[in-house]
Design a protein. Structure first.
Lengths: 177, 102
């Protein structure tokens, strides 16, 4: 019984994820694209929960759907909605070659994963219920991956400074005109 | 493990990555190129977390969190650039923004 429920949840989450991903690419209004990306991130969080990555799922919802998407929506509201209509005007050679390249990329990924790991992927080990909990992830972050943790903080600081610099330069030039 | 094999999660990850790559190649609005980049990063994150479950070790999840931080910083800088381009009254079209100084 539990197996059927997990399959059902996986099915709904995976197809919501892929459908909203395709919607992000195909909407011509960037506001709708951003809203579809929020659905994509939410259904991905469900997939993370099924893989017993509770802390990453919570961080996904907080960081992406909470912070990053709010920033996106603010910028889209500021810029107005002008974007290209991707599927308008019949198939051009650019559209056809983009679709062909993306399809080739997907087939390549699937073939490489299938060649390297297909036989061993079906057996996932049983893990303790604390697998993926904030306590375990935090312990790993502050012992084995301390350098990555510190570098992440420097990257975030550099991005914050870069955002401020870009914004202030833009203001100077707008006032000069 | 209950539910589908890990192979199915990896198939979803490959699909997501390909959809994001399609958006990056197809769309001309830099905003939607950034949104598609987020989809690609999330496909990679799903693969990382799937392999973390496969090996029964948490290092993949730690790496996924680092990827999330990098994605957030990339969005900050990318959106700053888009706003700066818009302030200079240039058209928001990645095909037309082809000169560095102009």
């Amino acid at each position: 019984m539990g197996n059927v429920v997990v399959w059902f949840v996986w099915f709904v989450a995976a197809f919501a994820c892929l459908g909203s991903g395709a919607a992000v690419v195909s909407f011509s209004n960037p506001f709708y694209s951003a809203l579809a990306l929020i659905g994509n991130l939410g259904s991905l969080a469900v997939l993370y929960l099924l893989l017993s990555a509770e802390f990453v799922a919570a961080a996904q919802v907080l960081v992406y759907a909470g912070a990053v998407m709010v920033m996106f929506l603010f910028v889209i509201a500021y810029l107005g909605r002008h974007a290209d209509a991707p599927w308008a005007g019949g198939p051009s050679w650019q559209v056809l070659s983009a679709v062909a390249a993306a399809g080739a990329l997907m087939i390549e990924i699937i073939v490489v994963i299938g060649l390297k790991a297909s036989g061993r992927l079906s057996d996932a080990p049983d893990v303790a219920s604390s697998f993926g909990s904030p306590r375990e992830v935090g312990k790993l972050f502050l012992t084995d991956h301390l350098l990555a943790f510190e570098i992440t903080s420097i990257v975030l600081l550099a991005a914050a400074v870069g955002g401020v610099v870009l914004g202030s330069h833009a203001r100077d030039e707008a006032e000069a005109q | 493990m209950k539910g589908p094999d890990l192979t199915w999660y990896l198939a979803v990850a490959a699909f997501l990555f390909a959809i994001g790559a399609l958006g990056v190649m197809l769309r001309r609005s830099p905003l939607i190129v950034l949104l598609s980049l987020e989809i690609m990063l999330n496909g990679a994150n799903l693969a990382l977390i799937t392999f973390s479950r496969h090996h029964g070790q948490l290092d993949g999840q730690v790496f996924a969190l680092a990827v999330m931080a990098v994605a957030a910083s990339e969005v900050v800088v990318g959106l700053g650039l888009i706003v700066a381009v818009n302030r200079r009254k240039l058209e928001l079209d990645v095909d037309k923004l082809s000169t560095l100084r102009g």
